[in-house]
Design a protein around this ligand. Structure first.
Ligand code: PHB
Length: 396
């Protein structure tokens, strides 16, 4: 099974200004609509979130490969764009997939700011969209829509339970630190809500622009404030750099560090021992020890020669969700209403554990407390069972 990102003969790489010669070949849309299902993959393949985009793509393609390379008996054709985690380019990139490539389904993305642009385009064009990472609360909140589904999390969701974990440990004064953009702000808001609700006293926030990784001045400030603990939102390459810098500054022994699990997922190889013992909350963990997860992990590592992480699971589940929708209409993507109805009722048999779709189209899922042991984010306990996002402002 060759699932290499660039292996598909028909895959067009757009966005970075790269158009393969095959893009110039005749490709009558009417014929393509009936013969293949056109999937628009809009994800980051460069920058601090590059690895996340690749893991999501791998996961999605694994779900398809497990079904013989087809969903509901139909071949898929991929149109890929590197969104560079660049919100300013999002409307143009998403519009190109919808208008020019005429994709049936948009799958993307990672960055909440880019997601905002995609949500707008998906709503205007009524294109079915599956979000395989970005937590943008509004996507399944104030901006929720019948054609928008998410297989990952809302930014509120994995952070909220960590508030209670720290309050229950008698930690009163917390300092939060995050990238100052949608995801960081909403993750911190979720944490604060959980912390204060569980009896925590005070939270103070520090911010750094995305995707800046010059942490020194902030680490000095943390050392002088001396909070009971620090809660952070960072992910991808930036998270790896933060973990190493926090360690190198000698802060680990003085001020315990916590975060949503994006801090430590997919970065443990890059940070070596610097993450040992870090505790985070997330909807996936190592050592779940279920048959489902073991089988998924074996298949993923066989196909890609690397270990899956939460992003791979979210991409895989996007494939499972789409499969459920397509099966219900025997592959006829024009039956959008029936597809949506089936996806709303979906029970996803995910490697993370089974989950269902909320009314606002966001996973209702267990959030695990995990601890880094060696190269694993080991499951410690279920921090919150079947947690549903509050979906504030969603009228659907
Ligand atoms: C987001 O921007 O929503 C985001 C990005 C990376 C993560 C989590 C959330 O790991």
């Amino acid at each position: 099974m060759n699932l290499d990102l660039n292996s598909s003969r028909r895959q067009f790489l757009v966005g970075a200004g790269l158009l393969t010669a095959s893009a110039l070949l005749p490709n009558p849309p009417a014929l393509a609509q009936t013969s293949t299902i056109r999937i628009g993959l809009m994800l980051p393949y460069t920058g601090t979130y590059a690895q996340l985009g690749t893991a999501i793509t791998n996961g999605f393609k694994l779900a398809v490969a497990e079904r013989g390379g087809k969903l509901a008996g139909r071949e898929l054709e991929y149109f890929s764009v590197d969104d560079e985690s660049e919100p300013a380019k999002a409307p143009e990139n998403a519009n190109r997939l919808v208008q020019r490539d005429k994709v049936d389904v948009l799958v993307g993305t990672v960055h909440s700011g880019v997601q905002m642009g995609m949500v707008k385009v998906a709503k205007e064009s009524n294109t079915l969209m599956i979000i395989p990472n970005a937590g943008l609360d509004a996507a399944t909140g104030a901006l929720c829509a019948p054609n928008i589904f998410r297989t990952s999390f809302s930014n509120w969701q994995p952070s909220y339970p960590m508030g209670k974990v720290l309050a229950d440990r008698g930690m009163n004064n917390i300092l939060t630190l995050a990238w100052k953009y949608g995801a960081g702000q909403e993750a911190v808001a979720g944490f604060n809500e959980g912390f204060i609700k569980a009896g925590g006293k005070s939270v103070r926030g520090l911010w750094i622009p995305f995707p800046n990784v010059e942490f020194q001045a902030l680490l000095t400030e943390i050392a002088s404030i001396k909070p009971d603990a620090v809660f952070v939102f960072f992910a991808g390459a930036g998270a790896a750099k933060f973990i190493k810098d926090y360690n190198a500054a000698g802060l680990r022994r003085q001020i315990p560090l916590f975060g949503s699990g994006f801090l430590t997922d997919g970065v443990l190889d890059a940070v070596d021992k610097a993450a040992e013992g870090l505790e985070t909350t997330l909807h996936y963990a190592d050592g779940l020890n279920t048959k489902r997860d073991r089988e998924f992990r074996a298949a993923y590592s066989k196909a890609y020669k690397s270990e899956p992480d939460v992003y791979a699971v979210q991409g895989y589940d996007a494939g499972l969700l789409l499969n459920i929708g397509l099966d219900a209409v025997k592959g006829d993507v024009t039956k959008k209403k029936e597809m949506i109805a089936a996806m709303e009722k979906a029970k996803i048999d995910s490697p993370r554990g089974p989950w269902t779709m909320s009314k606002a189209h966001n996973p209702i899922q267990d959030i695990y407390l995990r601890r880094v042991v060696g190269r694993e984010n080991k499951m410690v306990s279920v921090a919150h069972k079947a947690l549903a996002d509050p979906a504030r402002g969603c009228k659907m």
